[in-house]
Design a binder for this molecule. Sequence first.
Ligand code: F6P
Length: 361
Amino acid sequence: MPRVGVLTGGGDCPGLNAVIRGVVKSADTKYGWEVIGIEDSFEGLILPGKTRRVTPYSIRGILPQGGTILHSSNRANPFEYPATVDGETVVRDVSRTVIERFKELELDGLVAIGGDGTNRLAGRLFEMGLPVVGVPKTIDNDIRATDVTFGFNSAVTTAMEALDKLHTTAASHHRVMVVEVMGRYTGWIALESGIAGGADVILIPEIPFEIDAVCRKILTRAERGSHFSIVVVAEGSRPKGGQVSVVASGGKGKGMERLGGIGQKVGDQIGESTGMDVRVTVLGHIQRGGSPTAFDRILATRFGSKAMSLVSRGEFGRMVCLRGQEITSVPIKEAITDYKWVPLDSGLILTAEAIGISMGR
Ligand code: F6P
C-alpha cells in the first residue's frame, strides 16, 4: 500500500485537525493509501521516533478540536536547524537528513500543512526531490495564492465575540476600549472582525493612521451622545511616518519579528488627547485557539481531501488553494511570493468607511 506523510508547521490555528482528517479519510476511503503522522513539523523528519501511523480510527473525534494532534513548531527549518555541539548552538543544514528519513519511512508523498514559512520550506525540499504538496494555513489570511486560508474565519469569529463583550462594558462605563488583534503585517483580522463586531475605528497596517483622525471620531461620537467607542488595532499597524511596534526581534528576517504593543500606544494617546477613560485589551493567542467554525471545518476538509488527490496523482510541488468557490492548486513556488495585503480599494474598506467607521485617515 502506498504511504503518505502528513505534518503541520508554523503557528497553530483552528482547522489543522480537520485538514489532517480530510487527508486520512480520503487516503483510506478513496485512494487506498496509508498515512504516517509526522510530529513537530519537519523536526519529525530530522529526529528519530517522531512518526506514527494515523488511521480513521485513531483520529476519531478530532474534527471540532483546535490545535494539531501532530503538534507544530516554527523553528524546525531543515536548512537552518539549530543543534547543540559541545554546549554551543550551531546552525546546520540538515535538509539531506529529511530526504533520507523520508525514504527510510518508505513514504511516497508528503502533505505539509502550514503558512508561508512551511510552504517555502516545502518548495525548497521539492526542488531537492521531495514529493510534497502544501496546504495553506494561517489565521492571518496573508497567503496570496488563496482567496482564504483556513483558520482565518475562526480567528475573526473569536475577535468578533470579544468585541461584542467589550461593547457592553464600554457602554456601561463610558469608556474607549482599544482591542489589539493579530494578523502580522496585514489587516484582514482587524478589518473583518471590526466590521462584524461593530467597531468605530479600525486601524490596519495597509493604512498608516493619524491619531488625530482617531480622536476626532471618538469625540464626535461623544458629542452625539455615544460616550463610548470601540477601536480595533491590528498588531502590525503603525502611525503615518512611524514604525511597527515590535516586542522581540526573535531572530533574523522580517517574518521572525514578534509584533505587539501598538494597542497600548494608541490607547495612551487617545486617553491623553480626549481625556476619556481608556482600557486596552490584547486578544493574543486566544485568536488561535478553540474549535474551528463551520466555514473553516469545510474549507479545511476540502483542502485535505484535495491534497490527497494531488498526492495520489503524483502532482507534487503544488499548494492547494481556494479560488472563488473552487478548490484548485498552484505551483508552490508561485504561491509564496509576497504577503496578501488588504487592497486599498477593497470593498471591505469602502463599506467600513461608508457606514462611518474611521480607518484612521
Ligand atoms: O501567524 C500567526 C500569528 O498568530 C500572527 O498573527 C502573530 O503575529 C504570530 O503568529 C505570533 O507568533 P507566536 O505564536 O510565535 O507568538
